[in-house]
Write a protein of this length. Structure first.
Length: 78
């Protein structure tokens, strides 16, 4: 992670355009799965009327990470 972030910072310092970055910045989040229940971690399906899905912490973190993009950058698959 540190190596990728340093290489990305070097590209920025060289004046490379964001859409031409070879190395994308890396982020991380720390989650302690022992401090919460499995339903809180992964999510739970309630059998109410109407049935509802409640996201867990892990799915919320992953959604946020997938949506977080540095403005103006495009990834290889874009």
């Amino acid at each position: 992670m540190d190596a990728c972030n340093r290489l990305n910072a070097e590209e920025k310092a060289k004046g490379v355009k964001p859409e031409q970055y070879k190395i994308q910045p890396v982020t991380h989040d720390i989650i302690n799965p022992k401090s919460i229940s499995l339903d809180e971690l992964f999510g739970v399906f309630d059998d109410q009327n109407p049935p509802q899905w409640q996201d867990g912490i892990l799915s919320n973190v992953l959604k946020r990470m997938c949506l977080d993009r540095v403005e103006g950058q495009k990834w290889e698959n874009d």
